[in-house]
Write a protein that binds this ligand. Structure first.
Ligand code: SAH
Length: 216
């Protein structure tokens, strides 16, 4: 079982990542090391290395492996402190934990945050700190960050993220409407008030939602 997963993981790295241009050896190694099957619901374990997102509960998804790798590579590892918005399963945070010294991860749905925290602890990943809350506020006490990654599409980039990014740091996020045309963007803070902005292409993410979920 574990051997099967390792073989599937190696195939995923080769066919979904390296073949599509992910070239950073540290990113490929991180993607080859984190057991994605531990981050998906038990009923979907057999699909853990499929080339797409999968449902993880609370109406959310674990991102496609290629997107996780692309965002990690774009963030520019090796990194110091990283802010990860939208913990979800904790998978992207676990990958970033191998590419950064400390990862601070915020999830809006408390059950997902709790499950991710337990999963990361069980896997012995100690440099990810998970908080349940509104990620649009960032994590001011832990700023500045060398990179900020967001796994939910923002209509507009929250001001808190811009102010919590270190000069020289990168903000990698999908921008666009909930079910409309979204693009993956990279904003580099080139000075206290100056930014460079580029686009990596079209993507489809769950929406970034303000505030905390109300009672069901
Ligand atoms: N990185 C995750 C992907 C999760 S999908 C993984 O690897 O599994 C994006 C996540 O963003 C969802 O879990 C969603 O609940 C969360 N999210 C949406 N709006 C948010 C907000 N304002 N603050 C924090 N998390 C948010």
């Amino acid at each position: 079982m574990a051997d099967d997963a390792a073989a599937e993981r190696a195939r995923m790295v080769e066919r979904q990542l390296a073949a599509r241009g992910i070239g950073n050896p540290a990113v490929l190694a991180a993607m080859g090391a984190i057991p994605r099957e531990e981050f998906v619901p038990p009923a979907l374990r057999h699909e853990a290395y499929a080339d797409g997102p999968l449902p993880i509960g609370c109406g959310q998804t674990i991102s496609q492996p290629y997107i996780v790798a692309l965002m990690a590579e774009t963030a520019g590892p090796p990194l110091g402190r990283v802010l990860d918005i939208g913990t979800g399963s904790g998978y992207a945070a676990a990958v970033m934990a191998r590419l950064a010294r400390e990862v601070f991860s915020v999830e809006r749905h408390p059950p997902l945050a709790e499950a991710a925290r337990e999963r990361l602890a069980r896997l012995g990943i100690l440099n990810v700190h998970v908080r349940a809350g509104d990620g649009m506020l960032g994590w001011p006490e832990e700023a500045p960050f060398d990179a900020i990654l967001c796994a939910a599409a923002a209509q507009e980039i929250p001001a808190a993220w811009r102010s919590q990014l270190a000069v020289g740091g990168r903000l990698v996020l999908p921008v666009g409407p909930a079910h409309g045309a979204q693009e993956l963007r990279v904003l580099t803070r080139t000075g206290p008030d100056s930014w460079a902005d580029r686009t990596l292409g079209a993507v489809a993410f769950v929406p970034l939602t303000a505030g905390l979920p109300g009672p069901a």
